[in-house]
Design a protein around this ligand. Structure first.
Ligand SMILES: [Zn+2]
Length: 437
């Protein structure tokens, strides 16, 4: 069915005449004691007094479906904040709940019923093509997934927590439940301690299925989470390239739109395509990482994302590299969907701009975690290395010289792979020694 036909069919379904029984059916499908909206009337009121309230509800529904017009005020909604825990200090400790009038809920239920047969046609296949199979995204990150919780397992685990809490709850309803249900839930945990996370793991049996690849390194890459998620998709060869869409029967030709190479794979986009090779040569791959470009795709990603070498603009290559990958993917999408002509100079600038921004934010975060520890000399803890600077250079500002010396020392430490570094500065205006947390 073409898009035009779907739209026409959906329009006809929405504008088809409504029947009194349909309105009554929608009302009956609502839970009788669902929280009411601003009119304060539960569904049970309309269900019980349908003879009296029915004509008003029917006229509401007709006005909407025949005139595509919502009577004023019918969708006014109360927002209620339900506390998630005993502490109520921040907004995130509340769950917002919308309270709508029953008349509006009836219209909404009917609308869903009319549109339901067309929902699958409205969702583009390109949207589902990004998701690499659901069972994969619900796996923990350590097992190659995205750690997205499975609703069913999470609900059961939370329910278990509530049942656990009933043990010592002295409210009357808890006592009634205890009497009626017995103490069987007490056996759930052997150490008098309930953990929602471990219950969820047990319920979902997550250790049974595992993606064979070790992808935990991706979540340690120095980049924003959206870049990490892109690396995760790329490692699994899941971004919707035309080769990928072809294998799923969504596209007919696997050729690259830009250079007409026989297959547009993720490897092709990020390594081989014409504009891609231009970007890599403009960026200047560190000499020690040039060899990695012929390695298998995953190995190349990992080695470059862990590289300590500095790019020529003094930004770590392991930051520039993932941002370059993501920029290449974005450029490819703009080319296909917006007819954008690749421009290596602009792409190069954008990539370095984003990397520099992230690098600066990272340095800021590191600076904030510097703490003064001691004034007297004492032996260094095991595995620690001391960096001592002496900032004296003619009439220059001693703090500035100290800063330069510190910068050079830190670059040396980074290039040597030192992880625990104690810094000692002797300029008057600085407060040393410091320790990198
Ligand atoms: Zn190409």
């Amino acid at each position: 069915m073409s898009w035009r036909n779907i739209a026409q069919a959906a329009f006809e379904a929405l504008s088809s005449p409504i029947f009194d029984l349909e309105v009554l059916g929608a009302l009956k499908s609502l839970k009788p004691r669902k929280a009411p909206g601003h009119d304060g009337l539960h569904p049970i009121f309309f269900q019980k007094y349908w003879n009296m309230a029915g004509p008003l509800i029917l006229s509401y529904a007709r006005i909407f479906f025949e005139g595509i017009h919502l009577p004023e005020g019918v969708n006014d909604t109360f927002l209620s904040l339900i506390p998630k825990c005993d502490a109520r200090e921040t907004i995130s400790q509340f769950r917002p709940k919308s309270l709508c009038n029953t008349a509006y809920k009836i219209i909404r239920t009917m609308l869903v019923g009319h549109l339901h047969p067309f929902l699958n046609d409205f969702i583009s296949p390109f949207q589902s093509s990004l998701i690499p199979g659901w069972h994969q995204i619900t796996l923990p990150k350590g097992e190659g997934g995205l750690d997205v919780p499975r609703a069913e397992g999470q609900n059961l685990a939370l329910l278990g927590g509530l049942a656990w809490g009933l043990r010592e709850d002295n409210r009357p309803w808890s006592k009634v439940l205890r009497k009626r249900r017995g103490q069987s839930y007490l056996e759930f945990s052997p150490n008098d301690h309930y953990s929602t996370i471990s219950s969820y793991t047990i319920i979902c049996g997550q250790n049974k299925t595992r993606i064979s690849k070790d992808l935990i390194w991706i979540w340690k890459v120095l980049a924003q989470p959206r870049i990490q998620t892109f690396l995760w998709l790329a490692s699994l060869h899941k971004p919707p390239t035309v080769e990928h869409l072809c294998s799923r029967g969504i596209s007919t030709s696997p050729k690259c739109f830009w250079c007409r190479a026989p297959e547009e794979s993720i490897l092709h986009i990020l390594r081989e395509c014409a504009s891609t090779t231009n970007l890599w040569s403009s960026l200047g791959i560190p000499p020690s990482k040039k060899g990695t470009f012929v390695l298998p795709f995953d190995e190349r990603l990992k080695l470059n994302c862990e590289a300590y070498e500095l790019h020529s603009l003094s930004i770590l290559w392991k930051i520039v590299f993932p941002y370059a990958l993501r920029s290449l993917w974005k450029q490819r999408n703009k080319r296909i969907f917006e007819g954008y002509q690749p421009n290596t100079t602009l792409l190069y600038r954008k990539c370095l701009e984003l990397s520099a921004e992230y690098f600066a934010s990272m340095k800021h975060a590191t600076t904030k975690s510097i703490t003064t520890i001691q004034d007297k000399w004492s032996p260094l803890p095991e595995h620690w290395i001391k960096l001592k600077t002496d900032g004296t250079l003619g009439s220059c500002d001693s703090l500035l010289v100290e800063g330069w010396a510190l910068r050079d020392g830190l670059i040396m430490a980074l290039n040597s792979g030192i992880q625990f570094l104690l810094m000692e500065l002797d300029a008057k205006d600085t407060h040393g020694p410091f320790r990198m947390a």
